[in-house]
Design a protein around this ligand. Structure first.
Ligand code: AMP
Ligand code: MG
Length: 329
């Protein structure tokens, strides 16, 4: 299949909307990561997403909307907590899980009776969703298990030849996926951490919000089970920033090792290829997937240093611990 890669303008948006309503799939930018979208009401179109990504069928998709009124059309009841989140944090990098009505097919929700909904804040994503004028379900536009795509070039690396259109927008500002908040229990639960933190959500809801332990079976978010964000080469994570220990470990690998870390580490690793995550936690989130994709092209082993501990930093930790498949030191 030929893949068109087009700047976002009236003409490409019209084409994108035509493809979506005709049952095809389109990659588009959002403020979190690039998404791979299909008409959420069209079972055949949704199946094309799973096929293009090689995604397990029980890993549900997030339904993206440009108009909050659409939430009522796909969910059974929009609770007071949902209304508070919609009012204060939407549009933005947060997804809410609600009970679904019968309109959303099971293949969107991995057979669950709930549906995840998000309203992106990026003007490019909103323009795309408005042009489509229907709910668009979309996971990240990468091959399953690979680092998520935060530039159109990442999407092209994984999806060229597999999908008809990539909308070529700006690099994603946030850089990691949305916070997923389950509102179907007495206590709201964060199923996936993101740049919107537990305390921000607690402030909005005026009550405690839980983060389930990853082995807690009540946590009903199948996506969390699978391999994620993995570069093509061996990847390790250091969490204490001990420079001498990291250097010793890097040399012991006897490979072309790349260091992915914040600017503060650059001088200490002069003999290595260095991929900067910037200075702040927000920079780290913005850069992490891009730097992993850069590093895998130039190195045959990667060491990530992520030693920051804070609520926002934990959302990046959640990604890098998966990138390295749990190989920490
Ligand atoms: P991705 O598309 O890669 O951003 O992944 C979507 C994430 O949302 C995965 O972690 C899913 O498990 C989660 N998710 C989507 N729908 C639901 C749902 N109905 N209930 C719980 N988690 C969901
Ligand atoms: Mg993903």
């Amino acid at each position: 299949m030929d893949t068109s890669i087009l700047d976002i303008d009236a003409k490409s948006l019209t084409l994108a909307a035509k493809l979506i309503s005709g049952g095809d799939i389109v990659a588009f930018p959002t403020e979190t990561v690039y998404g791979l979208g299909a008409n959420a009401f069209d079972e055949c179109a949704v199946k094309k997403i799973y096929q293009a990504k090689g995604r397990p069928g029980d890993n549900p998709l997030i339904v993206h909307i440009a108009d909050k009124a659409l939430i009522e059309k796909i969910c059974l009841n929009v609770s007071d907590d949902a209304k508070k989140i919609m009012h204060s944090l939407m549009p933005g990098p947060i997804t809410i899980v609600l009970e679904k009505n019968g309109k959303i097919p099971d293949c969107v929700t991995g057979g669950l009776n709930t549906v995840a909904v998000r309203m992106p804040s990026s003007p490019e994503a909103q323009a795309f969703l408005k042009a489509c004028n229907l709910p668009v379900c979309a996971p990240s536009a990468n091959t399953s298990t690979r680092p998520s795509p935060t530039t159109w070039k990442h999407v092209a690396e994984d999806m060229e030849g597999k999908i008809p259109l990539i909308l070529k927008g700006a690099d994603c500002q946030v850089g990691i996926e949305s916070t997923v908040l389950d509102l179907t229990h007495q206590m709201p639960l964060i199923l996936r951490p993101g740049i919107v933190t537990q305390s921000e959500i607690e402030n909005v809801l005026g009550k405690k919000v839980g983060i389930p332990d990853k082995f807690d079976k009540s946590m009903n978010s199948p996506g969390i089970r699978y391999k994620h964000y993995a570069p093509k080469c061996d990847t390790y994570l250091n969490t204490d920033g001990d420079r001498e220990k990291i250097k010793k470990f890097a040399l012991s690998l006897e490979k072309n090792v790349g260091i992915v870390a914040s600017d503060a580490y650059e001088k200490s690793f002069a003999g290595f290829k260095f991929f900067s995550l910037g200075n702040t936690v927000e920079d780290g989130a913005h850069n992490i997937f891009k730097k992993l994709r850069d590093a895998e092209k130039q190195c045959d082993a990667i060491i990530i240093i992520w030693d920051v501990k804070s609520e926002k930093a934990d959302s990046v930790f959640n990604r890098v611990i998966k990138s390295c498949g749990g190989k920490t030191f």
